[in-house]
Design a protein around this ligand. Structure first.
Ligand code: 5GP
Length: 193
């Protein structure tokens, strides 16, 4: 079951770009509706509260706000993986590669070893799940740290793209609050799973 309020907001304020991209700049990705994102955080807390999460891990930039409002309920720190811009990667970091969905290039993400270790129980948070590359990159960092992966909380999963099946087939618990089954730019119609 999806989060009705988020689905309704996507229907009302989301815009479809071509066959692949859903823009939610009015409330999630550029301008941010804090009351709604707070409820999203509460919902992630309801789902994962029994799992003794010690850290929330996301990826810059658009995951950060969602992760922060979620973390208030868990009362744990947020770590955001940084998109590495420099060639010489500093020593004490975990690193992984991510293929950007929106920009079509590959970049490195890094997390300092100082902030993630074998004692941690990690919840991943992100805004979108499309092909699964961002989540895969975060999963690699958690594995490298020897930490326990609790699962992933996703705001919008485009279920017609392969990421959800891919990550779930790895045995990772993926909880998406809105799962888009199909969308059509011409008629501006969105169907949820
Ligand atoms: P993936 O790595 O699963 O292919 O894509 C997930 C990442 O790409 C997310 O972190 C998100 O920032 C971005 N993304 C993927 N699809 C969309 C989309 O339809 N709309 C927006 N705004 N971002 C997307």
């Amino acid at each position: 079951m999806g989060m009705k309020k988020l689905e309704e907001r996507i229907r009302r304020d989301g815009t479809i770009r071509g066959t692949e991209v859903l823009k939610v700049d009015r409330f999630l990705n550029h301008q941010m509706d804090i009351a709604l994102i707070n409820e999203i955080g509460q919902e992630f807390y309801r789902i994962f509260q029994g799992d003794n999460v010690t850290k929330i891990l996301t990826i810059e930039a658009s995951g950060i706000g969602i992760a922060c409002l979620t973390a208030q309920f868990f009362q744990v720190p947020v770590i955001f993986a940084k998109k590495n811009k420099t060639k010489n990667i500093a020593g004490d970091v975990y690193t992984s590669k991510v293929a950007s969905f929106t920009h079509g290039r590959v970049y490195d993400i890094i997390v300092s070893k100082e902030f993630l270790g074998p004692e941690d129980r990690v919840l991943l948070i992100d805004d979108f799940l499309a092909n699964g590359s961002a989540l895969q990159g975060l999963i690699n960092l958690v594995r490298d740290a020897g930490a326990t992966l609790i699962g992933a909380g996703i705001c919008v999963e485009k279920a017609f793209q392969p990421g959800g099946d891919l990550i779930r087939s790895m045995g990772v618990r993926v909880e998406s609050l809105a799962r888009v089954k199909s969308m059509d730019e011409a008629t501006h119609s969105i169907e949820f799973c």
